[in-house]
Design a protein around this ligand. Structure first.
Ligand code: NAD
Ligand code: USQ
Length: 396
């Protein structure tokens, strides 16, 4: 298969590109390197020493003999170049990772809210419009988020995208329907993913596009079989207050004797997936595309749910690290239950990596190994959801 990977220099996109290249798919990475520029803006860095994209690709070719093309292009701004690329390369599939993905970054200021909306919505609309204009039958697989659903249910398992409902008509008949699960985003970033869902619904209905939307949970871990082939292929590991996600932050914090920053009571429950399973899920999504005329295929890309407090306590058992319950900078429910269906990926053959298998390895091979690269001043989460959240935020 020929696959264009939009956002292929990022945390999920890079190991996915290598994994698909290893399976002999022809890969073209498109990325405008905006994530690296945001590191410059935040004066933060990956915990792991990631190499420039040119070095990454040269080492991959040297190690495996496989070539990956790279195109530096802004998917949200350079529509004509994107269309030309699609028309020239004629890919079988496009994987769309190219969005601003941090909820705290999207809440930093009006400027960051506007950037996140402009970037994410235009990127998604541009890809969809370009596929239509090219006239080609290309399967689009998009990385969405579990946060589209919100994190609470009335005790039921969150279904894969569609909710069964029953309406009573004016004549008293009961009619069964399936609708898109109502969205309940908790940040500007999550709101853009909710809006992406409507773009997919529309382009699928109007233009018959074949689309898979992957509602992914929080990704943890760093390396995959492919990124481990050489240290120069190492994947990104974000730990700063905006881009670091909770489990990787706790692992890094406990490795450098920084008390684990549990927001509020730690009663929040979230869905998780290891990066090794992310790359496998994208491959499974590409090999199980919807047929022409099918509705948007929505898959919940997660393997486990955990309460944050339990995660911190589990890591404490392994590392002896301290836990700090800090005021929550976000506006979110202090506690929630979360039950999620993920039958489709299990049916496709996914064998999940569990927390028990991966945690210790991650602490030792990444968090402790690169601990001397940590800038402690970048650890506190300082982006706040509303001005009333200001008072309790820890000072840097
Ligand atoms: P990332 O920021 O590491 O990677 C995104 C990549 O896209 C970056 O390399 C960036 O430079 C590129 N990009 C952004 N806007 C672009 C544009 N307009 N044109 C070209 N390139 C652009 O993020 P990630 O963690 O790899 O996440 C990838 C996708 O997966 C995102 O859409 C995110 O919403 C989704 N996702 C991530 C997680 C997670 O825990 N990391 C969980 C669920 C969903
Ligand atoms: N949290 C802490 N301590 C920290 C950091 C976070 O307690 O030091 C808490 C947050 O308050 C929140 C939870 O951990 O309750 C998750 O935060 P996160 O930053 O790990 O994850 P989130 O903001 O939801 O975003 C991440 C990715 C995003 C993806 C999403 C999947 O950055 O791209 O879409 O996970 S999901 O959470 O399922 O919506």
């Amino acid at each position: 298969m020929k696959v264009i990977i939009l956002g292929g220099d990022g945390f999920c996109g890079w190991p996915t590109s290598l994994h698909l290249s290893k399976q002999d798919h022809e890969i073209i990475i498109v990325d405008n390197l905006s994530r690296r520029n945001i590191d410059n803006e935040l004066e933060a860095n990956s915990l792991t020493p990631i190499q420039p994209i040119g070095t990454r690709l040269a080492v991959w070719e040297e190690k495996t003999g496989k070539k990956i093309k790279f195109v530096n292009l802004d998917v949200a701004q350079e529509y004509d170049r994107l269309l030309e690329l699609i028309e020239t390369e004629k890919p079988d599939a496009i994987v769309h990772f190219a969005e601003q993905r941090a909820a705290p970054y999207s809440m930093r200021s009006s400027k960051h809210k506007r950037y996140t909306v402009d970037n994410n919505l235009n990127a998604t609309n541009n890809v969809l419009a370009a596929i239509v204009e090219s006239g080609q039958d290309i399967h689009l697989a998009h990385l969405g988020t579990m946060g589209v659903y919100g994190y609470g249910t009335a005790g039921m398992k969150i279904p894969e995208g569609y909710l069964d409902i029953e309406v009573v008509t004016d004549t008293g008949d009961r009619v069964q329907q399936q609708i898109l699960y109502p969205t309940n985003p908790g940040s500007i970033y999550h709101m853009t993913k909710s809006q992406d869902q409507i773009f997919f619904f529309y382009y699928n209905k109007n233009d018959n596009l074949r689309i898979t939307d992957l509602h992914q949970g929080i990704v943890w871990g760093t390396n995959t079989a492919e990124t481990l082939l050489d240290e120069k292929l190492i994947n990104r590991f974000d730990y700063d207050g905006d881009y670091g996600t909770v489990l990787n932050r706790f692992l890094m914090q406990s490795a450098v004797d920084y008390p684990m920053t549990v927001h509020g009571t730690g009663g929040q429950t979230r869905a998780f997936i290891h990066i090794r399973d992310t790359v496998r899920c994208v491959e499974l999504a590409l090999t199980h595309p919807p047929k022409k005329g099918d509705r948007v295929q929505i898959l919940n890309q997660m393997t486990e749910t955990h309460r944050l407090k339990d995660l911190a306590e589990l890591i404490q058992k392994i590392t002896g690290g301290e836990i700090a319950y800090v005021p929550n900078p976000r506006k979110e429910d202090p506690e929630n239950e979360l039950h999620v269906r993920n039958d489709l990926f299990l049916d496709f053959g996914l064998e999940p990596t569990t927390l028990e298998e991966g945690l210790l390895e991650e602490v030792v091979t990444i968090a402790k190994k690169y601990a001397d690269r940590v800038d402690m001043s970048k650890i506190p989460a300082t982006s706040i959801w509303t001005s009333s959240h200001k008072a309790g935020i820890p000072k840097q």
